[in-house]
Design a protein around this ligand. Structure first.
Ligand code: FEC
Length: 320
């Protein structure tokens, strides 16, 4: 069983920041002012833990799949021989904007004789600016290598019961830290994308984020909840809103005093969680006199590992 686990990627040090940002901007180098601003954001959080979290997630996913594999091969007349002492499941990691790049992971898989694989992204919602771009990179890499193996691509898991339960558990824990949970608003956030991209695929992305939020809210019996967007780019075009800071301002005017924020668009902690939520949104909330608590991220926790393992198993064993 071969898995390509993909994620956004983050620079390992400041020296890689310009190349990383250029890659995010589709090959266009950022103007010095924008680069400087991004550098300051990274400096203020110390370091994004995204690489370490994802590598740990991959190791745990590999372990979980190897634990589960015998369950599936038990009934077979000839069980496949594990081809290496670590077990039969192998998880390769590929990042979109920084090493280890997706193309390199695909090349390594081909060199190691992979004949088929499941590809999954550490992002639960489909959009043209996220999952579609990961898929393009995988397809391009396979094409350049002459299609050495086939891939089943997991495109979304925004209402997977395990994922919804995992998020709900963390929102519930955050609510314990609220003085008056009945009156608090729970905000479910995801990365904003340009409205142009939202419209290009008929609004799939906001619908999926809304569906995650609704599923978690229903599970917890939440009455006061809404979706808000974060981390919109610094461009002139219109981005998906309302921005979390605007939503807080609007609700504060209507009497909001306590809030929980769950970044459902991002399984892991990273720059956009630590800076845009823990620093910026928290500062906005403080200015408004709102007590804001952020629900913990899933990171490499066992309940998220189990969700990814389910998705991989389903894709790997499903009939063609
Ligand atoms: O910790 C880290 O260093 C990396 C954090 C990080 C994650 C992430 C995830 C998503 N993004 C998505 C969409 C866009 C669009 C643009 C864009 C730009 C940036 C910039 C940084 C950045 N993103 Fe990101 N994103 C992360 C970081 N993102 C840094 C550049 C500076 C800035 O604008 O803030 C605009 C560029 C473009 O035109 O493409 C759009 C989406 C996700 C969630 C799915 C995923 O993880 O792939 C959607 C993590």
């Amino acid at each position: 069983m071969n898995v390509l686990l993909m994620y956004y990627g983050t620079p390992y040090d400041e020296g890689e920041l310009a190349d990383y940002y250029t890659d995010i901007r589709h090959g266009h180098a950022p103007p010095p002012a924008l680069l400087g601003e991004l550098r300051e954001r990274y400096r203020s959080i110390g370091k994004s833990p995204l690489n370490e979290i994802t590598f740990s997630l991959a190791r745990k996913l590999e372990g979980e799949l190897n634990r589960r594999l015998p369950r599936f091969t038990r009934g077979l007349a000839t069980a496949p021989e594990p081809r290496d002492p670590r077990g039969d499941a192998r998880v390769y990691v590929g990042a979109k904007h920084n090493a280890p790049f997706i193309a390199g992971a695909v090349r390594q898989m081909a060199e190691e004789g992979v004949d088929r694989a499941v590809a999954v992204v550490a992002a639960p919602h489909y959009s043209l600016r996220s999952i579609a771009e990961y898929r393009e990179r995988v397809d391009l890499a396979l094409d350049e290598l002459g299609e050495p193996f086939t891939v089943r691509f997991v495109e979304e898991y925004y209402v997977h019961p395990g994922y919804v339960a995992a998020v709900a558990r963390r929102v519930n824990r955050a609510l314990w830290r609220i003085r008056d949970p009945e009156r608090a608003v729970v905000y479910f956030t995801a990365h904003s994308i340009p409205l142009r991209s939202v419209e290009a695929d008929g609004g799939v992305y906001p619908r999926q984020v809304e569906a995650t939020a609704k599923a978690v809210a229903r599970r917890l019996g939440l009455v006061r909840w809404r979706v808000a967007w974060q981390s919109a780019g610094r461009t002139d075009e219109a981005w998906l809103g309302p921005d979390i800071n605007d939503a807080l301002r609007e609700d504060a005017r209507a009497g909001l005093r306590e809030a929980v924020v769950a970044a459902v668009g991002f399984p892991a902690d990273h720059l956009e969680v630590f800076y845009d939520l823990d620093f910026e949104a928290r500062q906005t909330a403080a200015e408004l006199g709102v007590h804001l608590v952020r629900a913990e991220s899933l990171n490499d926790a066992d309940d998220y590992v189990a969700v990814l393992a389910d998705l991989v198993e389903r894709a790997w064993f499903e009939e063609t």
